[in-house]
Design a protein around this ligand. Sequence first.
Ligand code: PHE
Length: 381
Amino acid sequence: GTTESSSYANVDRYCVDHPNNNIPNHIAALVGRGLHTKEDHPIGIIRSKIQDYFIAQDSEYKIFDGEDPIVTTTQCFDDLRINPDHPGRSPSDTYYITDETLLRTHTSAHQSMHLRDGYEKFLCAGDVYRRDEIDSSHYPAFHQLEGVKLFPSADVDGAKGLSKEEWLASPECKMIADDLKETLEGLMDHLFGPVEKKWSDDFFPFTEPSFECEILYEGEWLEVLGCGVIHSEVLEMADRGDRRGWAFGLGLERLAMILFKIPDIRLFWSDDTRFSKQFSAGKITTFKPYSKYPPVFKDIAFWLPEDFVENDFFEMARGIAGDLVERMELTDTFTNPKTNKTSKCYRITYRSMDRSLTDDEINVLQNDLRVQSETLGLEVR
Ligand code: PHE
């Protein structure tokens, strides 16, 4: 079984008996850890630093940090114009509790509710969950911070009654986009010190126009956030159709890994004091890696069933070996021209962050994976 996870206290609330439930115990165990609320944890330090910036700009920003990560499909998707057939809604990408409730995939899930409740400027941070690949920068639970600002009616009244094309070309829409970019550029300087930024167009169903921001950090362009002018239909659905504003969302792990030089995303969840003792509230410091233990590599190859879902296989490995799985990498794909069957080979990197692994203990885990893979219809070679 799993070697390096904490309690399974949440299992009853998240792993309910429902045909659509796809939340394994090792994921339920992550919910409620509240890393973003810990002032001396890198995620909490970055969260505070971002909030400080906004409060200094305008003390009216309302802060939300404690919303329930269980949301409805309406909150997470429909209210944001994310269509029923959008891939982000698929159970291969998203953790469902029932068919109508899920672990939020982004903090945007709370936008509409707060807007409907009358909030006009707010920040909202929390843990979000996505089924995804496994490597040093992807973990099924991570943290986002969302920001929303509506403008006074008087500032946008000139744009009333415009067609969509006219609105997008209007000075009012440009004013909001400019304010958004200026605000976020200021945030980047606040976090990184004066830094070069680059904007490009992006797409989100809930903002129009949409942008992404990259910063030049130690010679590399890094994508740090998504944002845009809130789509008028999102505001209408939240009973704020008379108003206009902007929204952004950013990933706290991504920023923390860059700013603290934390090399592996699993470290954020570690209880090892060699990690936790390095950080203190309000300070961005450089992480000093404790000695890196050697990896153990194992390959697994199998013939695929028709309906292979890669994320199911990744998750199975994490269910068996927990955070000892550092990376899972597709190394070979082969289709037999006669049978038309496809085979894939994955290389799994096992590594502990606090001790040396033995080949014997990893063989046990790898063998469990080989056996359990058959339940996914994989024919191990
Ligand atoms: N929710 C988006 C994401 O997770 C980010 C975003 C937030 C984009 C708000 C635009 C506005 O990628």
